[in-house]
Design a binder for this molecule. Structure first.
Ligand SMILES: C[S@@+](CC[C@H](N)C(=O)[O-])C[C@H]1O[C@@H](n2cnc3c(N)ncnc32)[C@H](O)[C@@H]1O
Length: 204
């Protein structure tokens, strides 16, 4: 049972348009509500695990679903210097811009092929996957824009993992899209909601 009615409404939304509306209206209060009320902290352990594996601090990184920039700030705290943020929501991107940690920011919908000028050395995506969309079948759009030796580090909401059948859907995506899952870890995620996260590490 999710304690917060706000989170419940986010998890219940099932279309990209729903997500766009939710984050349009949430952008200004997202940080205060998620950090304060929900105990949102998944980006911290995720960024630490990312830094253990991505050793080049100047690696060209995509923060996929960067939101207001909490994930970009966590990557900067780990020493990364070349971070590019993309998100569905222009209002969330406007907040991310204020952080000053991104080398570039632009719109993207993870449920479609992603057009990029140059591939990325590594991808970080935190707080985006779980209830969906995007779903496991969309993961390959991210893997497609990695350099051949690149890695993608992606969190999945642990409640969504169980309730929306992630293990089975992920296995289907692994088979269909030849995804290479290197590791799956458990991380702290939404502290006040007692929701843990999964951290998936893919190689290109
Ligand atoms: C819970 S927030 C996480 C933001 C940030 N990464 C963090 O750690 O706080 C989820 C973000 O994913 C974005 N998002 C949702 N669906 C998306 C999609 N289909 N493509 C790209 N971004 C999406 C939302 O706009 C929102 O900014």
């Amino acid at each position: 049972m999710v304690k917060s009615s706000k989170l419940k409404s986010v998890y219940d939304k099932s279309t990209v348009e729903d997500q766009r509306k939710i984050y349009k209206n949430w952008a200004e209060t997202y940080d205060a509500e998620t950090l304060g009320e929900f105990g949102w902290m998944g980006f911290k352990p995720a960024a630490k695990e990312f830094a253990k594996r991505i050793l080049d601090k100047d690696a060209r990184i995509l923060d996929a679903g960067c939101g207001t920039g909490l994930s970009g700030i966590a990557l900067t705290e780990q020493g990364f210097t070349n971070i590019h943020g993309k998100d569905l929501s222009p209002e969330m991107l406007a907040q991310a811009k204020k952080t000053g940690v991104y080398n570039s920011l632009s719109e993207m919908d993870l449920t479609n092929p992603i057009l990029v000028e140059e591939p990325y050395d590594a991808i970080f995506s935190c707080g985006v996957f779980g209830f969906g969309p995007p779903y496991p079948k969309h993961l390959h759009y991210l893997i497609d824009i990695l350099n051949p030796k690149g890695h993608a580090v992606i969190t999945v909401n642990g409640k969504g993992w169980v309730e929306t059948n992630w293990p089975e859907e992920l296995e289907k995506a692994v088979q269909q899209d030849a995804l290479k899952v290197e590791e799956t870890l458990d991380i702290e995620y939404l502290e006040n909601e007692d929701i843990k996260g999964k951290l998936l590490i893919f190689r290109a």
